[in-house]
Design a protein around this ligand. Structure first.
Ligand SMILES: NC(=O)c1ccc[n+]([C@@H]2O[C@H](COP(=O)([O-])OP(=O)(O)OC[C@H]3O[C@@H](n4cnc5c(N)ncnc54)[C@H](O)[C@@H]3O)[C@@H](O)[C@H]2O)c1
Length: 398
């Protein structure tokens, strides 16, 4: 057994009203695993006294850090008062009495670790994408379902305030019948050398799993499904706009993974969506991501934080006259959708629901099959680009 218990670690709580859930957290030395999942989710929940689930009752997550580099893990654990680390996943799955295996490793390392966790019979929570290919993802779906294991895939954008408000507006019926959607995501990623690029070079290399389609379409799949309907067909055109970029060592390389994609979708609610995603666009929007939904009774524009609304009653009378300045201040004609509750970090919000699912058996719809749909959308988009045609998106077998 290679687990280490740190001196000065936070003690596990012994109160009978506190239900402790031990979680093996793999990939926590990485960007997402450390910042979003360990610090802002699990440790934040612990600092708040756990998840309150009844008078005097709480669910308390207890992380065990798993990884390849013991000294990095020990430094992270010491910095944050985490009790245990290990570099031996199989031993930890056997001996750590953990109920959940969490994976935020590189996508290419996930499939193997998740298979081992399924064999050990623990519940599973994973960063997206679940696997590098749809075929591998569906294998995992089948294995996990057969083992009767609870599953969750990270779909953090659903818990961002802008998207929460957009869903509330759509579900209220305020937009009437939904007609069309325009999505804009992106910003200018410096090619380097000066200013230095703000994204890693592998993002622009096809053989290292790069490309904006596989990075962002898993997100757009669930964002669209939970707002304007599940994408049922896609037409996509990717582009490698900047073929020469500079890597972390300052060396020039040939970028061969798409840094932009211009796509259209049709959803199962009959809504037509146009969606641009680009790392080669300069921002003239309020947020780096915006989705405009137009309906018969109103329109909404949602970003990550904010959402604004224009109703049929407040829609100004625009008339086309290119000879005169437009007399209408169009941006002033929108009403912000107010915050009606404080919003937690989006990753933490979903973690709390997953922990409640594990302990209290509350519903948790964001399972591995939902994760597989995101990978499917990216794969079908690539096929559409290659064939220069619309492609249907088949229902995945359950
Ligand atoms: N939900 C989101 O918005 C979001 C955003 C970014 C990344 N992600 C996903 O999170 C996962 C991690 O991304 P990241 O940006 O944190 O990556 P990262 O490179 O910062 O971290 C990767 C982690 O995996 C570990 N690892 C295990 N095996 C490895 C190997 N063979 N080579 C290299 N590292 C290995 C590293 O030690 C590290 O802890 C990816 O699957 C990515 O798709 C999700």
């Amino acid at each position: 057994m290679t687990s280490t218990t740190h001196s000065g670690a936070a003690p596990a709580t012994a109160s009978p009203a506190v239900r402790t859930v031990r979680i093996l957290m793999n990939g926590v030395t990485g960007r997402m695993g450390k910042n979003q999942h360990l610090i802002r989710s699990i440790l934040a929940i612990r600092a708040a006294g756990g998840i309150a689930v009844g008078p005097g009752q709480a669910i308390m997550p207890e992380p065990v850090l798993v990884g390849r580099n013991r000294s990095k893990l020990e430094a992270l654990a010491a910095e944050h008062g985490v009790a245990e680390v290990t570099t031996d996943l199989d031993a930890a799955l056997r001996e750590q009495n953990a109920e959940i295996y969490f994976d935020a490793q590189l996508t290419s390392a996930r499939t193997d670790a998740v298979r081992r966790a399924i064999a050990a019979g623990v519940h599973l929570y994973c960063e997206k994408p679940l696997a590098p290919t749809l075929g591998q993802a569906m294998d995992i779906v089948r294995l996990a379902n057969k083992a009767g294991i609870k599953q969750g895939i990270v779909q953090d954008k659903l818990f961002l305030p802008g998207i929460v408000k957009l869903r509330r507006v759509i579900e209220s019926g305020a937009l009437g019948d939904l007609l069309s959607v325009r999505g804009e995501f992106g910003y200018w990623v410096y090619p380097g050398p000066d200013p230095a690029p703000q994204r890693p070079s592998w993002n622009y290399k096809a053989n290292e799993g790069g490309g904006i389609i596989s990075d962002m379409f898993p997100h757009w799949q669930y964002v669209l499904e939970h707002t304007v309907g599940r994408p049922m067909a896609v037409s996509a055109r990717g582009a490698v706009h900047l073929e020469r970029r500079i890597d972390e060592a300052g060396a020039a390389y040939r970028a061969d993974a798409e840094d932009a994609v211009y796509a259209s979708f049709e959803t199962d609610r009959g809504v037509f969506v146009q969606f641009n995603s680009s790392w080669c666009v300069r921002v003239n929007r309020d947020e780096l991501f915006e989705l405009q939904v137009d309906g018969t009774r109103g329109s909404a524009v949602a970003g990550l934080l904010n959402c604004k609304l224009q109703s049929a009653e407040t829609t100004p009378r625009s008339t086309w006259n290119p000879d005169l300045p437009d007399p209408i201040a169009h941006r002033a004609g929108w009403t912000p959708v107010p915050d009606v509750a404080p919003y937690d970090n989006a990753f933490r919000a979903q973690w709390e629901l997953f922990l409640r699912h594990v302990v209290l058996d509350e519903p948790f719809p964001w399972d591995f099959l939902a994760g597989a749909r995101g990978i499917q959308l990216a794969e079908v988009a690539h096929e559409s680009w290659a064939s220069r045609r619309w492609h249907d998106i088949a229902d995945l077998p359950t």
